[in-house]
Design a protein around this ligand. Sequence first.
Ligand code: SAM
Length: 260
Amino acid sequence: MNPSIAITAEPGFEDQARKLAQRLGLEFADSHAPEYSFLLQLTQDRLQLQQTGNKAPGPIYVEFAQGKAAHRRRQGEGRKTPLARAVGMKADFLPDVIDGTAGLGRDAFVLATLGCRVQLVEQSPVIHALLEDGLRRAAASSQTREIVSRISLLLADTAEYLGQLPATARPDAIYLDPMYPHRGGKALSKKEMQAFQKLLGEDRNGPGLLRIAMETAKKRVVVKRPRKALFLGGQAADFQIHSPKTRFDVYLTAPPANSA
Ligand SMILES: C[S@@+](CC[C@H](N)C(=O)[O-])C[C@H]1O[C@@H](n2cnc3c(N)ncnc32)[C@H](O)[C@@H]1O
């Protein structure tokens, strides 16, 4: 059963919230609406997704200008970080990237911070709305405006989008981070991933996405996986790049100019 979701608003933001509710095909509700599993709350500061219930974790929202994303930007994570190496960034080469599983846009923001142009594609209208709001706020901040000018956002199913992409628009790299089935036990996923799993369910189309991505990317497809996970769809990668918590499986679609 799909979890139920409604839109609420802080006083003064009701009209805007009603328009958003209409666009997303969701109910507009009073601010306290425990009969829904999730509330998409329009506040003075941002759009945020809040689970309901006594033990619900805090709200989820997209944040590029403050917090961890800003910290990473200040730290100047370089072109040698695992994600940057995985998409094929070099001192003299910045790939353009389609991120086919946008989520909260964090990986895309890292790539855009390093100078890549990134096309985000997100299938969920609710997550897309959160991203749109985060990008709008980041574009209003002098600290992040230039970075997010390299990010564009699309609401679509990535397989369909890639299927109709003209040859002239093929990107250097396609990045995929499909939701990984939660296996329970010790390693609880982060609150966002738990909410994502509840809201969206498991991504079942990962292997299909990999197939069409490989037909579309000019140079490579990168799949983010938990460190010990099996290859997506059982398809072995050309090579892997490891980071402390994650693994990037790299599938080459063209012979590398020089080694990765
Ligand atoms: C694990 S999250 C990605 C997190 C992201 N890498 C980040 O840094 O925030 C997976 C996202 O991919 C989206 N997704 C999965 N399959 C998709 C598809 N076929 N087309 C578009 N989006 C898809 C899901 O809706 C979800 O928001």
